[in-house]
Write a protein that binds this ligand. Structure first.
Ligand code: FES
Length: 308
């Protein structure tokens, strides 16, 4: 296993693959850019990447078709399973392509291997269907076997993408638990950036995004949930009538009010911190804090009226 992982790490460093991946990724982004279909393909309405969920149908049906070769008299069932698997592979591939187009170079290189293995597997299954309906059952069986091997090799590479390279993971998940719970002083009100200008500030060594909108102060996790891009280097925009921040790396857009995803490729929201102003100091509270939590920094004086 470590040999295969080592091979994939070598693929990650093989920059010559960029000659293929870069123009293809540009083309895919150009087709999807700014469309509702793009958010749908990434899984924004689900709050979870759509591709891993869709993989279940083609992987399950095609694997079952291969296994049924061990059971005599199931030819028609095998053909039906292969047909369903091939049809289900179309939206699965489309969502994978959309996600792949918004990855780092190293991830795209491995993604090409993943897609190539899956494409080879699907070709084997498609040819097996042709062989089966024309009565060449031995050939169909061999092709289903080869398809099964290629499909699972593709799945292994997909696991490398997801678990080693953290594609599809929420890169902002840990933040609420990495800061001390309860109200914490972040800065003086006078230190806040100008209205609508994003700024990066540290709390317990963790970067936070701070944006002032009139009397309201927004504080979100600074590292984008998609691939940890620096949101303070992005643009503050208005989307659907509300203030948002757009990630400079792949354009994920988050509502400043509560961190929810307005546009992908991110599907997980940014952690949104509670904010209040006390005696001229901005205090923030991790969203992981229990509501009853108090801390030594809880003020003895009431919060300013503009606190929330
Ligand atoms: S890191 Fe990809 S959109 Fe932010």
């Amino acid at each position: 296993m470590s040999g295969i992982s080592g091979l994939l790490e070598h693929v990650e460093r093989t920059a010559v693959l960029d000659r293929v991946t870069a123009p293809v990724a540009d083309w895919v982004r150009g087709r999807f850019r700014g469309t509702r279909a793009k958010d749908l393909a990434h899984g924004v309405p689900l709050g979870h990447p759509a591709h891993p969920a869709l993989v279940l149908v083609p992987a399950g049906t095609l694997t079952a078709a291969t296994l049924l070769d061990l059971v005599p008299g199931t030819e028609r069932s095998r053909d039906a399973l292969v047909t369903v698997g091939l049809l289900a592979a179309v939206p699965t591939a489309a969502t994978g392509l959309a996600d792949w187009s918004e990855l780092r170079d190293e991830q795209q290189r491995v993604g090409v291997v993943h897609a190539s293995l899956n494409l080879a597997a699907l070709s084997c299954y498609a040819l097996s269907l042709g062989a089966s309906v024309t009565g060449r059952r031995g050939r169909a069986r061999v092709l289903r076997g080869a398809g099964g091997v290629l499909l699972h090799a593709g799945g292994f590479v997909g696991a490398h993408l997801a678990h080693r390279q953290a594609v599809g993971a929420n890169h902002a998940e840990q933040l609420p638990f990495q800061v001390e719970l309860g109200w914490r002083t972040l800065c003086a009100v006078d230190d806040l950036p100008g209205e609508g200008r994003p700024a990066r500030m540290l709390l317990d060594g963790n970067p936070l995004l701070v944006v002032r909108e009139a009397d309201v102060i927004h504080v979100l996790g600074e590292q984008c949930s998609h691939l940890a891009g620096p949101l303070s280097e992005g643009d503050v925009t208005v989307e659907r009538g509300e203030m948002c921040v757009r990630c400079p790396w792949h354009g994920s857009t988050f509502a400043l009010d509560d961190g929810r995803v307005v546009h992908g490729p991110a599907t997980a929201p940014q952690p949104a911190f509670g904010v209040r102003v006390v005696n001229g100091r901005v205090q923030v509270r991790s969203p992981a804090s229990p509501t009853e939590t108090t801390s030594p920094e809880t003020p003895e004086t009431p919060a300013d009226p503009d606190s929330r």
